[in-house]
Design a protein. Sequence first.
Length: 419
Amino acid sequence: MKILVSNLGSTSFKYRLFDLPETAGAEGGTELARGGVERIGAAESRVYAAAGGRAWESTMPVPDHAVALEAALDQLTGPGGPLASAAEVAAVGFKAVHGGRAGGVTRVTPAVLEAMEEMAAVAPAHNPPYVRAMRLLGERLPAVPLVAAFETGFHATIPARNARYAVPTEWSERHLVRRWGFHGASHRFVAERLATLVPATPDRPLRAISCHLGGSSSVCWIRGGQSVGTSMGMSPQSGLPQNNRAGDLDPYALLHVAKSTGRSFEDLLVELSTQAGLAGMSGTSGDMRDLEEAAAQGSERACEAIEVYVAAIRHWLGAGIVELGGLDAIGFAGGIGENSPATRAAVLAGLADLGIAIDPIANQAPASGERPIAAAGAAAAVWVIPTNEELIVARQTRDLLMTDAGRASAGHDNERTGG
């Protein structure tokens, strides 16, 4: 079954095409192609794809996301492409961010789009472009099933004690104010890989912590493959310091700065989500590679930004160990988690008494791919795991289609038998 997984921006469309076994829950799958469209809405847009060792690129006017999808399919079905026709694509799956009341994995419907619009204020960089594109694609390409796999879905298992804020109940029930959590596809992938890589303990579920560290970062506590706590809360702007987003902040700081400067809350929120985080603290860049280079050259602000970031990760790591009652495995994923030995070493420094230690040689090795880096004899396994969020979304989309097909078949059988 061929599933196209899309990642949308306001003026961009990126995708991966997978061929998956037609068995619900099956883990296999092959990536057939990847590509995208840049500068949607401009006079000329770049349309690119790569498959089977070949690459395609062209420029053309692409006024909207529906045309972007059509352009991508034209490349994939053209000479040398992996598809004979666009009809081979069973569905388009979206790595959607915040569905509020419409969580989990679901067909894109008007009700789902309304639920996403309800949460647009807390996911302003993600929900509005997704809603516009999904609505457009649904109207222009009605024969293509659209499936939203929400990042919040993996965190639906978090118990109330870790999900609720201490706000009036009406805020939680009516306005959906709670810790939703994000990066669900990545944390799910890490959880599944750790369950395969780390020997199971007969008397208890695997206790793991997933550290998705990149331009956007979060920590997730996992017991038996299920999320029981995470650093991100109501919005993707919360939790750890991000590339250019502040992360957790006392809300009264906004009131203080607003009164001191005369600026509006909306103006300050824009600054907190675009000019804060690692970039705001360092005064230069939010990219960890730049910060590590600047720190090595003696920049105190770069050093402090890195230290604040690491301290926040350690805070959530320690809280997770307490919540889980110990730790069996840690997985590092994301651009920083996979590629910054210094960050990994700093996060786990001084934890040998807790059974957590890394092998400095393995950690520093110029390797890529999935690999263990724990010190010999350490109680907790430590793995670097290149995440594959798109593969998770593809599988979730496939599983939903097969579940829907099974229900339709059962309903048809009932009609024939009078059931």
